[in-house]
Design a binder for this molecule. Structure first.
Ligand code: F6R
Length: 612
C-alpha cells in the first residue's frame, strides 16, 4: 500500500528518494511522485503507474534539491491518476505533503474548507489535509508545527504523513497518527523518513520509530526533535541501530523474489528454530519466563491474524490443542469480537509485516479488554511488536514477494515451539517428550530441502494444469489450513480461481462442482486422517475429477488413485504442514510463470495492508 520516502541533508534528494521508493514498490502502488525543494520553492513531479515511468519522465530534467518528499500511492480516495498521486499541495502551494492511511472524516473537513473558500484539484483526502494545515497556519500565523498540532486531534482514522512549508525551506515535519513512520539518521547528519524501516538500509545508521501521536521536526544541519502531537511536549529520541542490509532486498540470481523466498525456507526455518532452541535441544528464553503463571492459569487462547498469517494460526490451533490441551480460537483480525475476551485470556497476533491495520486494531481492542498479547512478527520495531506485551520474531529476513511464503513456515516454527512451551508450563508434556519434539523439529529444514529439489517435477505439472480456470485444494486436520493456503497462493499469483476446502466437508456441497474441468490438489499424507482422505480421493475420481496429490514418499495406494503425485518425506503428523505447504507454493509459482503474470507484484494486491 502507500509508501513514504523523504530526505533532508547535503546530497541531492532526488536519486535517494527514488531508490527508497523503488524499495517500497513491493508493498503495492499505482502511482508515484516526488517533490523537491530548491531555493525555497517546492517542485512536484508525479506520474500514474510505475516508478520507472516517473524516472523516465524526469530523465532529461535531472531534478535537484537537498530536501524532498516522495510517495507511492495505492488508490483509495479517487482513481490512480496523475492528479491524485502524491505529493499534494495546499491551494496557495505553500504546504506540500505525502500521506499514508486515510482521513475517514475528510468529507466533513472538506465542507468546512469549501465554506472558507478553498477549492480542490483532485479527489484525495490528502489534498484536504494539506489545505486543512494551511487553514490552521493562516489562522495561527505560526509555524507548520502549530498547524499540525491543531489538525492532529481532528483527523479520524489512521494516518502518517510528512509535510513541508515553503516558508521554512530547511525543515520537514513527520507525523504519525496510527500509521508507521521511521526517521533514519546517517553519520553525516542526513535524515531519511520512510514508512518501511528496511528501505533505510545502506542510507541510515540509526533509526527512530515514531509512535502513534508523535511528530518529528527535522531541521537541516541542526537536529531531529520529537514532540507529542497533542501536548507539544518534547520527548526523548531513542535512536536504535539499523540492522537491515541492502543485499537482503535484492533477488540475486532468482527470476522472482517469490521463488527466492520459497527456496530460502530451508535456511530461515532453521534460523528461526535455532533462535529458540539451542544445539543441546534446550528451549531458549522465549522472553515469556515471567508469564509462566499466566500461561498455567489462562482461560483460552485466541489467535488473530489475516490472510496467510491466519492460515498459520489455523495450523497452530492443532499445535496448541494437542500439545498444551488448550481451547484455541483462531479469528480473522477483521472479524474479531473483543466482547468475548477478558483479562485471563492470551492473544497471539501473527503478522509478517507487523503493520496490518486489521491486526493492529484487533490487538488494540483485546488490550483494552485486559488481555495479554504475544506477537509473532517478522519486522522488529514494527507497530505490532511495539504494541504487543511480548514479541517473538520470525527470522525470515525481509519478505519482498507480495505472496507470503517464508513468513508462513517461520511463523509455524515459532508457533510450534511456543505450543510446546505452553504444554510444559501447563503440565501437559513431560521433559523427555519435549526433548524428543525438539529433535523432530530440528529435522524439518533438511526435509524442506528435499522437497525443494522436486521443483522441476512441479514445474512440469504446472505446464500440464496451467489452463484450468478453477481449482480445488483439499486437506483434513492440520492440513486443511494448507488447502486454504494453497488455494490463496494460486489465486494471488496466477489469477486462477481456487477454493480451499476441508476434504471432509466436500461431500456436504462442494462435490457438486467436480467434473473433468475441475482439478483437485489433495494433501494426502500418512497422518491420522489417511484412510478418510483415501475415501475422499475416490469420491473425486469417481466423478472424473483430476487429482494432484501430495503424498508421503511414493505411496502406491495414492499413486493408484491420483493422476499426478508430489512426494514429500515422512515426518511426525503434526509437523506435516511445514512440508505440505512447499509443493503448493511451488505449484502456484510455476503456474503463474506459465501464465505470465506479475508474480512479485500481483494486480490489486499490496504487501502491507495498512487500511482496514
Ligand atoms: C498472502 C498474503 C496476505 C498476508 C496478509 C497479512 O500471500 O501475503 O494474505 O498474509 O495480508 O499480512 P501480515 O502477515 O503482514 O499481517
Amino acid at each position: 500500500m502507500c509508501g513514504i520516502a523523504s530526505y533532508i541533508g547535503h546530497r541531492n534528494a532526488y536519486p535517494l528518494i527514488l531508490e527508497m521508493l523503488k524499495r517500497l514498490e513491493y508493498r503495492g502502488y499505482d502511482s508515484a511522485g516526488i517533490a523537491l525543494c530548491s531555493q525555497g520553492k517546492m517542485k512536484i513531479y508525479k506520474e500514474q503507474g510505475a516508478i520507472a515511468a516517473l524516472a523516465e519522465s524526469l530523465s532529461k530534467q535531472k531534478p535537484k534539491g537537498n530536501l524532498g518528499i516522495g510517495h507511492t500511492r495505492w488508490a483509495t480516495h479517487g482513481p490512480a491518476t496523475k492528479i491524485n498521486a502524491h505529493p499534494h499541495y495546499s491551494q496557495n502551494r505553500r504546504i506540500s505533503i505525502v500521506h499514508n492511511g486515510t482521513v475517514l472524516n475528510y468529507y466533513k473537513l472538506k465542507e468546512g474548507l469549501e465554506k472558507a473558500g478553498y477549492e480542490f484539484y483532485g479527489e484525495t483526502d490528502t489534498e484536504i489535509l494539506a489545505n486543512y494545515l494551511d487553514y490552521w497556519q493562516q489562522k495561527n500565523k505560526g509555524k507548520l508545527l502549530s498547524a499540525i498540532i491543531n489538525t492532529a486531534p481532528l483527523l479520524k482514522g489512521h494516518s502518517a504523513f510528512v509535510a513541508h512549508d515553503n516558508q521554512e525551506p530547511d525543515s520537514l515535519y513527520a507525523c504519525n497518527l496510527g500509521g508507521e513512520l521511521f526517521v533514519g539518521r546517517s553519520q553525516e547528519s542526513e535524515y531519511f523518513i520512510c514508512s518501511d524501516k528496511n528501505a533505510l538500509a545502506g542510507y541510515a545508521d540509526e533509526y527512530l520509530a515514531l509512535e502513534n501521536g508523535q511528530i518529528a521536526v527535522i531541521q537541516k544541519d541542526i537536529n531531529c526533535c520529537l514532540l507529542n502531537s497533542s501536548s507539544a511536549e518534547e520527548l526523548p529520541c531513542s535512536w536504535e541501530k539499523l540492522k537491515a542490509s541492502a543485499e537482503t532486498l535484492e533477488k540475486g540470481s532468482y527470476p522472482h523474489f517469490m521463488l527466492k523466498e520459497i527456496f530460502e525456507q530451508e535456511n530461515v526455518v532453521a534460523k528461526t528454530i535455532d533462535n529458540l532452541i539451542n544445539d543441546n535441544g534446550q528451549a531458549l528464553n522465549l522472553s515469556l519466563n515471567n508469564w509462566r503463571q499466566k500461561i498455567a492459569k489462562m482461560r483460552k487462547l485466541v489467535i488473530i491474524a489475516c490472510g496467510t498469517s491466519w492460515h498459520a494460526g489455523l495450523v497452530a490451533k492443532h499445535f496448541f490443542a494437542e500439545l498444551a490441551k488448550l481451547p484455541v480460537y483462531c479469528e480473522y483480525a477483521s472479524e474479531f469480537l473483543p466482547e468475548s475476551i477478558d483479562a485471563e485470556d492470551i492473544i497471539i497476533a501473527i503478522s509478517q509485516s507487523g503493520s496490518t491495520a486489521d491486526t493492529l486494531q484487533a490487538v488494540q481492542a483485546a488490550k483494552e479488554r485486559g488481555a495479554s498479547v504475544i506477537s509473532i512478527c517478522n519486522v522488529d520495531g514494527s507497530a505490532l511488536t511495539r504494541t504487543a506485551d511480548v514479541s517473538l520474531l520470525t527470522i525470515a529476513g525481509p519478505e519482498i514477494g507480495v505472496a507470503s511464503t517464508k513468513a508462513f513456515t517461520t511463523q509455524l516454527a515459532v508457533l510450534y515451539i511456543l505450543s510446546v512451551r505452553f504444554g510444559r508450563w501447563r503440565n501437559q508434556l513431560k521433559a523427555n517428550e519435549e526433548k524428543k519434539i525438539w529433535q523432530e523439529i530440528k529435522m524439518i529444514p533438511g526435509k524442506i530441502k528435499k522437497i525443494l529439489l522436486s521443483g522441476p517435477e512441479i514445474e512440469k505439472l504446472a505446464k500440464k494444469y496451467k489452463d484450468y480456470p478453477n481449482f480445488l485444494f483439499l486437506g483434513r486436520g492440520q492440513n486443511f489450513p494448507i488447502a486454504l493456503e494453497g488455494a490463496l497462493k494460486l489465486k494471488e499469483v496466477s489469477y486462477i480461481h481456487a477454493e480451499g476446502l476441508s476434504a471432509g466437508e466436500m461431500k456436504h456441497g462442494s462435490i457438486a462442482l467436480i467434473d473433468e474441468q475441475m482439478p483437485s490438489f489433495f494433501i494426502a499424507v500418512k497422518d491420522g486422517q489417511y484412510d478418510k482422505v483415501i475415501n475422499n480421493l475416490l469420491e473425486i475420481s469417481a466423478r472424473q475429477g483430476h487429482i494432484i496429490a501430495v503424498t508421503t514418499d511414493k505411496d502406491q495406494i495414492i499413486i493408484d488413485r491420483a493422476d499426478d503425485i508430489i512426494p514429500i518425506p515422512e515426518c511426525p503428523p503434526l509437523l506435516y504442514p511445514f512440508l505440505t505447504v512447499i509443493p503448493t507454493q511451488l505449484f502456484a509459482y510455476y503456474v503463474a510463470r506459465e501464465r505470465g503474470t506479475n508474480i512479485d507484484k500481483p494486480r490489486n494486491l499490496a504487501k502491507a495492508v495498512t487500511v482496514e
